[in-house]
Design a protein around this ligand. Structure first.
Ligand code: GLU
Length: 382
């Protein structure tokens, strides 16, 4: 396990050159007094902006607000009813944020996203460009999942994960999850009893993951510590940090940003090199259109020697894909070893499996500029 009970300077390193931060607030921190809470939150976000930091907000709370408006205390089982509550609550949520921003002479803008928007390269790039354009205008982008259209296949599922994904898309330096717990604590896996606070976590392993229950069982919220740790694993794999900070008092955001040893900071000390944008897309968002199975020689060349995948090392092809589609690269035991962008369609690749590069023009019946099945520049190892 890689953690510290007291900060050893990681906060200072992480906070030293913050340019862009994604702040996520959970439903429970807004409940009770959503108007007052959104104002208190926006006040803090504005003071971060005043420090020259670009801020993006991911907010939960639409469904619980919809429940409150209709006087419901239990979440309906019927999906359409939940989606209706979200559509209702989202308007009210944004009205609160608009009022709060107006007090600072600032605008906010709403983006409602689904997983399908993030998995599609073109849409992912459009959303990223849109958020950047808003930031350039000094507008506060406010993001929630588009619950009203989100069915299982396109659902992100929880806003902790959504926040981490948004942060990776935007190449943010830090994601802050503001929740109704002060930090990630040592937890007795059997009794669920809390022990000491983890100040810094530099590596998430099975033992730490086992300390997180699946959800907190609250009817108004979705997450729990498990989704927060999942979000932390996305952020740290991307080379940026994530913090869990107590959102019951939004002033904690500024205290954390000032370097105070509160909350839990997750960082990957060994990985401070952010991925390039297409690598990030392949790693976190892409839905592979198919797969190729490679032989042991190709596996070794990819994994050990950072080489491209040549058709000669491909044993078989599955799925139907076009040149340019993301595909999985599996070893002979069908384990995914890498993901990459196909340089040939599945139909062409089937024809050149096992062939030498020099044979490709004849086998395909046209000239071939680059013989790689997947070029090393468009490949990320798992
Ligand atoms: N999108 C949901 C809402 O606005 C919240 C999901 C979550 O909290 O993770 O109510």
């Amino acid at each position: 396990m890689s953690f510290l009970y007291t900060d050893n300077g990681e906060r200072k390193k992480t906070l030293a050159s913050l340019k862009r931060v994604v702040v996520k607030v959970g439903s429970n921190v807004l409940r009770g007094n959503p108007g007052g809470q959104t104002q208190a939150l926006v006040d803090q976000l504005v003071s971060l902006q005043a420090r020259g930091i670009e801020v993006v907000l991911v907010t939960s709370g639409a469904i619980p607000l919809g429940m409150t408006i209709l006087g419901k205390t239990t979440r309906p089982k019927d999906l359409a009813k939940v989606q209706g509550l979200s559509a209702l609550g989202q308007c009210y949520l944004m009205r609160h944020y608009e009022n709060a921003c107006e007090k600072h002479g600032m605008h906010c803008a709403q983006l409602l996203l689904t997983a399908a928007d993030l998995r599609d390269r073109e849409r992912n790039m459009r959303v990223t460009a849109c958020i950047r354009a808003l930031l350039d205008e000094g507008i506060l982008p406010i993001i929630n999942e588009n619950d009203s259209v989100s069915v299982a296949e396109i659902k992100i599922g929880d806003n902790d994960t959504l926040a981490a994904m948004v942060a990776t898309m935007l190449d943010a330096d830090l994601t802050v999850l503001m929740t109704t717990i002060d930090a990630f604590h040592e937890t007795d896996a059997k009794t669920g009893e809390f022990g000491r606070r983890f100040s810094v976590v530099t590596g998430l392993d099975q033992e730490l993951l086992a300390m997180a229950g699946s959800t907190d069982g609250n009817p108004y919220s979705t997450g729990g510590m498990m989704t927060k740790l999942h979000a932390a694993s996305i952020c740290t794999a991307d080379g940026h940090a994530l913090a869990i900070v107590d959102g019951r008092d939004f002033q904690n955001l500024i205290r954390f940003m000032d370097g105070e040893d509160i909350g839990t900071l997750f960082c990957n000390a060994g990985n401070r090199n952010p991925l390039r944008s297409w690598q990030r897309f392949l790693t976190f968002f892409s839905e592979p259109a198919g797969a190729v199975v490679v032989d042991a020689g190709a596996e070794e060349a990819l994994v050990q020697r950072n080489k491209s995948l040549l058709p000669g090392g491909v044993l078989g092809v599955s799925g139907i894909f076009r040149k340019g589609d993301p595909i999985q690269i599996l070893n002979a035991s069908r384990q995914e070893i890498a993901r990459g962008i196909a340089n040939f369609s599945s139909e062409e690749l089937v024809r050149v499996c096992g062939a030498k590069s020099a044979q490709l023009p004849e086998l395909l019946g046209h000239p071939v500029d680059s013989p790689e099945a997947v070029h090393k520049d468009f490949l990320v190892l798992k």
